[in-house]
Design a protein around this ligand. Structure first.
Ligand code: FPP
Length: 239
């Protein structure tokens, strides 16, 4: 079985640059190239959804030159990939607190979301200024407002309504969560959406992550038995 929804914490750009005695920005530039090849490959593998952690809410604490480099790369990506996304039926969506983003990035995101809205072959989700806990707070506020207006009875609140209040609403649950660069954390990335995901950690730094690395993660995923609380015997009976 291949993962329908793969999510990636793209880590290690800075270390990649450090190892080469280059500025951190070079690591991000190479990281953006890795994004291009992995999006293309995910489409080739016929994944339904690929979510990439492009910028965490905590990344706002980085030096402003690095933040600017990252925003520039994001902007460049949104312009340069338009044609390829359209030709490959890839719909782009962004999650996160976009009000914090520079207006140029916000506008480019909105434009590409609208341009690709009719694409149905794959969803590419960019998490920008994203933090799972903050997303949950926004969801809680949305639900509280609905309850206040009388549109929701707190006692009737269910998992579907909760998931639909998150910015990832309408996306399938994450099947496979990959983190590069040898760190073993999920760092607030899709905490509810990936709560049943298979986790895959690799030492490879993100700029070095290739199509073969994604294939290896998918092979490992296909070997895992996802039991969702059932026993192996039950799964054998139900096929
Ligand atoms: C983590 O590496 C990576 C980021 C904070 C940003 C990810 C951005 C990109 C891959 C490029 C731009 C994105 C797109 C979608 C075009 P790090 O800097 O924390 O690395 P380190 O832990 O080695 O310092």
């Amino acid at each position: 079985m291949k993962p329908s929804h793969t999510a990636i914490i793209m880590d290690g750009n800075g270390r990649w640059a450090q190892q080469r005695e280059k500025p951190r920005g070079n690591g991000h530039t190479e990281g953006a190239e890795a994004v291009r090849r992995i999006v293309r490959h995910a489409r080739r593998l016929e994944m339904d959804c690929l979510t990439l952690f492009a910028f965490s809410s905590l990344n706002w604490g980085r030096p402003s030159t690095e933040i600017n480099d990252l925003m520039d790369l994001l902007l460049e990506f949104l312009y340069s990939e338009r044609q390829e996304l359209l030709e490959n039926g890839i719909r782009l969506r962004a999650i996160g607190e976009r009000d914090f983003l520079p207006s140029s990035v916000r506008a480019a995101l909105a434009q590409l979301e609208s341009d690709t809205a009719a694409c149905t072959d794959m969803e590419l989700v960019l998490a920008v200024s994203y933090d799972g806990r903050r997303d949950m707070v926004r969801a809680a506020r949305r639900l509280a407002l609905m309850a206040q207006k009388g549109d929701l009875l707190p006692a009737d609140l269910n998992e579907t309504q909760l998931m639909d209040a998150l910015s990832t609403r309408a996306l399938p649950d994450v099947d496979l969560l990959i983190r590069t660069s040898g760190e073993f954390r999920t760092s607030g990335f899709l905490p509810l959406e990936a709560c049943y995901a298979e986790l895959y950690f690799t030492e490879t730094l993100w700029p070095d992550f290739t199509e073969a690395d994604l294939d290896a993660a998918c092979v490992e995923y296909s070997r895992r038995q996802r039991r969702f609380g059932l026993t192996s015997d039950q799964l054998a009976v139900n096929g």
